[in-house]
Design a binder for this molecule. Structure first.
Ligand SMILES: Nc1nc2c(ncn2[C@@H]2O[C@H](COP(=O)(O)OP(=O)(O)OP(=O)(O)O)[C@@H](O)[C@H]2O)c(=O)[nH]1
Length: 451
């Protein structure tokens, strides 16, 4: 009900109540009787006059009260409006803050993302210029540290036999818990060449990397190419999170892993090809090409470390006759026999290569001429004995050896090989089956002598 209506009803009620009280108490009659007894002329009109006066007063009061009420109402409406405006302004400011924070976050993310993309570009260039698997691994680990800097991350790479994956690098808060080795059976990702994500701590996998005590969320990415699993990238977090990586970052990591896989595949192909072209097919030893700059490097190392390096040229005696007598196939067997024996006798840091035909070259770092002489003398004696007993050889095989030593004879690769070859020639002249050391010629003497 409206306020004016209720006020009107209240006024009617008061009027009726006043009327009833006046009627019940015979107020008018009493007044008339009293005024007549008192002799007050015209006093009988007083109730009517008072009634009009009361009505006028009531009407005036009512108007004043209405005015006051309406201005109060206006004031409260204005206050209400102001409150609404203040609230709207506060909400707008809050919204503006949120927008500005979001904008800053987006800008920051964009900046980080562009930095990561630049890192990916740099990584691609570096990977393309890497020549060995070791270089590829180092570049991969270094680059991934910038591309996936958060969380606990480890990169594992396969050994040459592809039966063991070793940690090549790890970083992040729990990198000390990272397992250093893994077999194929330990890793679902390697077995299936698929991405594995566990962001709800279900840890259904029996993966040693995922079962680190502090780890709650896991994402693993295979580094594969043509079904060869070269490695795996493990990303771990100690928080339960659906956003271990953002969608954009995940796409980037997948692309990066695929790119790394491709580079590994290419590098391995190159290594296999180079292995094939650097090895002698018959004996499995390095060929002259495979020998490359080995002697040069060894001479340099001997200079730096102050020791001698000896080069030996080893040649099978009368091998043409052997071939002519027993056939080329038997000749091949004899060549293999010699190569295998020599390989078994040398130290791991010595280098043996088939230099051509029935000639071998042996590089002996940190070995003087006299030490090399003694060693080779023993070896040719043993091969003479063994070949005589062996079913592989059709007859006794003897070797002639010429040796030259750096830095005494020369500090250059080519002259050193030439001097060893000259010493070998001298050994042949001396009747074969012997070792001859090169000696610098004096003006009056011959240029080689047997030690
Ligand atoms: N079976 C076989 N023979 C080879 C191979 N490479 C080179 N030869 C042979 O090795 C022989 C080398 O003969 P020569 O250079 O005359 O030397 P030699 O008969 O050993 O005589 P000296 O070195 O003076 O003792 C040749 O008959 C070549 O055909 C090979 O891969 N297999």
């Amino acid at each position: 009900m409206k306020r004016s209506v209720s006020d009107f009803l209240i006024a009617i009620g008061i009027f009726v109540a006043a009327f009833l009280i006046a009627a019940l108490t015979d107020l008018n009659e009493r007044w008339l009787a009293w005024s007549q007894t008192q002799g007050l002329a015209g006093a009988e009109e007083l109730p009517v006059a008072l009634s009009f006066f009361s009505l006028a007063l009531g009407w005036y009061a009512w108007r004043r009260w209405q005015d006051a009420t309406s201005s109060h109402q206006q004031l409260s409406e204005t206050v209400q409006q102001l409150q609404v405006e203040v609230e709207e302004r506060r909400l707008a400011e809050e919204h503006a803050h949120v927008l500005s924070a979001t904008k800053n976050e987006i800008l920051e993310n964009e900046y980080l993302r562009s930095e990561k993309l630049e890192q990916v570009r740099v990584m691609s260039d570096l990977l393309a210029s890497a020549s060995t698997l070791a270089e590829l691994k180092a570049i991969t680990v270094d680059s991934l540290q910038h591309i996936v800097p958060d969380h606990t991350v480890s990169v594992m790479f396969a050994n040459p036999e592809f039966n063991l994956w070793k940690n090549a690098g790890s970083w992040g808060p729990h990198s000390d818990q990272v397992h250093q080795e893994m077999r194929l059976n330990d890793c679902w990702v390697l077995q299936n060449s698929k991405i594995y994500k566990d962001l709800s701590n279900t840890q259904t996998m029996s993966c040693p990397q995922a079962n680190m005590t502090t780890i709650k969320s896991v994402a693993c990415f295979p580094i594969i190419c043509r079904e060869r699993a070269f490695g795996v990238l493990h990303i771990r977090s100690d928080k339960l999170t659906e956003n271990l990586l953002s969608t954009e970052d995940e796409k980037m990591v997948i692309a990066v892993c695929n790119s790394i896989g491709l580079h590994f595949y290419n590098a391995q192909l190159r290594a296999e090809l180079s292995m094939a072209s650097n090895r002698d097919e018959l004996t499995g030893l390095l060929n002259r090409r495979g020998l490359g700059n080995t002697l040069k490097r060894e001479i340099k190392a001997s200079e730096l470390q102050g020791y001698e390096v000896t080069v030996a040229m080893i040649d099978i005696d009368h091998f043409k006759q052997y071939n002519d007598t027993y056939g080329h196939q038997e000749g091949d067997k004899a060549l293999k026999f010699v190569a295998e024996y020599l390989s078994r006798q040398i130290r791991s840091r010595d280098v043996l290569a088939r230099y051509g035909g029935e000639e071998f070259i042996l590089i002996l770092p940190n070995t003087s001429k006299i030490e090399a002489y003694k060693k080779l003398k023993k070896m040719i004696a043993v091969i003479e004995e063994l070949s005589g007993k062996s079913d592989t050889c059709m007859r006794v095989i003897t070797l002639s050896v010429g040796i030259a030593t750096a830095p005494g004879d020369s500090t250059e690769e080519e002259p050193l090989v030439k001097y060893a070859d000259m010493a070998l020639y001298a050994a042949k002249k001396h009747g074969r089956n012997c070792v001859v050391g090169y000696k610098k010629p004096s003006p009056k003497r011959t240029n080689t002598r047997q030690i």
